[in-house]
Design a protein around this ligand. Structure first.
Ligand code: UDP
Length: 411
């Protein structure tokens, strides 16, 4: 019943010139003792959000270096995803915990998936809290277990984390984006490893300015007027309403500015549509605010085009586990303004690789500063891109996983 996800083929050698020979050689060396190992990634969805984005690249690269790697998506119905969305919000600090029935729902679906998980794995790599109980329920199905946390659990709802802890604490290896996210009481080896983006995908490959403008033009953007853009799911933590407020402030001084809010709807995110509608209502019919989603055919190339063409890219989150959109944005060499929260300051050094802000007002001020000074935008963009090259491209992430697989083998 766990659904295997079909991923394309990727070749590590193709990354050599973008990431450097040394890293590629190190990866090959680390992969040597792992040849033929059976690795399964287990996650909640194959579509939408950062986790699936990462696995579409990581799984093929793990195969390319010699692992027998698969990605399976757990089974769940609406009641399960309603409970896990609540859990996600509570772990990021929302006051509402799951009620008894929702906890029971979460566990029941974990039991179903635990039964259905095939066995004989060398490594089972469980992503995020949705399937987190698997290790406790069926430890015998894999020799090594890893829990990968993709969210910001620095200030969780105390009841929620206390209830989840017995299910995550005993993973022999776990990974968090930042040290601040590690909950007290983890028993295994805890690794601080941020994720990464794939520079060779349609979303991140180099797109010419002409192609970028052409694509944006097809969505009604006037490509001769300034554009600010945020690419994000429609989620309160991503603060699209705050982005609209900031845009309105910019527009007072620069009336020709336009805003694009580009957001895909994830299959495990039942709140998404409500919040999408709230965002449309907040835009209040302003013809210069373009609200687009994957149902308007905004796929990877389109996200790339918006990121490559926009004059300022925004990620005004109020919580952000890591924020792949941040690395994606600055990889395009575009100036960036983002919330000073979660994984964003890991990627942005204020004033060097972009600007960090804490309110819609600050966001508007920094955005205007860049719009008025293209040389500043260029400076930030160039620095930002090199920072991503050094720290946030997939081969580095692959290397970090291979190191952990080797440690698991040795225990
Ligand atoms: N994304 C997309 N289309 C959209 C909105 C988002 O493809 O309309 C992608 C975005 O490019 C990024 C991922 O979804 O790769 C979001 O990951 P991030 O870590 O920024 O946030 P999450 O959604 O996981 O909270």
């Amino acid at each position: 019943m766990l659904q295997p996800v079909a991923v394309g083929h990727k070749t590590l050698a193709d990354y050599t010139h973008i990431c450097g020979r040394d890293l590629i050689a190190e990866i090959r060396e680390l992969a040597e003792p792992l040849q033929g190992q059976r690795v399964v990634h287990v996650s909640a969805t194959a579509f939408g959000g950062g986790v699936s984005e990462i696995l579409y690249t990581l799984v093929p690269l793990m195969r390319d270096v010699g692992l027998e790697c698969e990605w399976h998506v757990i089974y769940g119905r609406e009641e399960f995803f309603n409970a896990t969305k609540l859990m996600h919000n509570a772990l990021q600090g929302a006051p509402q915990d799951l009620d008894e029935e929702q906890w029971a729902t979460w566990l029941r679906y974990n039991e179903i998936n635990a039964d259905e998980l095939s066995d004989g794995w060398d490594v089972c790599l469980v992503h995020d809290p949705q399937p987190a109980a698997l290790h406790k329920l069926v430890p015998e199905k894999a020799k090594g277990w890893i829990w990968r946390c993709h969210i910001d659990v620095s200030t969780p709802n105390p009841d929620t984390i206390a209830r989840l802890l017995p299910y995550i604490a005993h993973y022999p290896q776990s990974l968090f984006h930042m040290r601040e996210y590690i909950p007290a009481g983890m028993k295994g080896k805890v690794n601080v490893v941020p994720p990464a983006i794939d520079p060779l995908t349609p979303k991140n490959m180099a797109l010419s300015p002409e192609d970028g403008a052409f694509v944006c033009g097809q969505f009604g953007i006037d490509v001769d007027r300034p554009l600010i853009c945020q690419v994000s799911r429609f989620d309160p933590w991503k603060d699209p309403l705050g982005v609209i407020d900031a845009y309105r402030q910019v527009k007072e001084s620069m009336p020709n500015v336009q805003l694009a809010l580009v957001g895909s709807m994830a299959s495990d995110d039942p709140e998404g549509w409500d919040f999408f509608n709230a965002t449309v209502a907040h835009a209040d019919g302003d013809a210069d605010i373009h609200i687009l989603n994957n149902f308007n055919n905004v796929g990877a190339i389109e996200v790339n085009a918006f990121q490559s063409h926009a004059d300022v890219l925004i990620q005004k989150s109020t919580r952000e586990g890591f924020g792949l959109t941040v690395s994606e944005a600055i990889w395009k060499g575009r100036p960036f303004v983002g919330g000073n929260v979660g994984g964003i300051p890991l990627q942005i050094e204020d004033g060097v690789t972009g600007f960090l802000v804490s309110s819609p007002e600050q966001c508007a001020e920094r955005t205007l500063e860049i719009l008025r000074d293209p040389a500043l935008g260029k400076f930030l963009g160039r620095r930002g891109k090199e920072h991503v090259r050094e720290h946030f491209l997939t081969p580095r992430y692959l290397r970090d996983y291979l190191r952990i697989f080797n440690e698991l083998r040795a225990t």
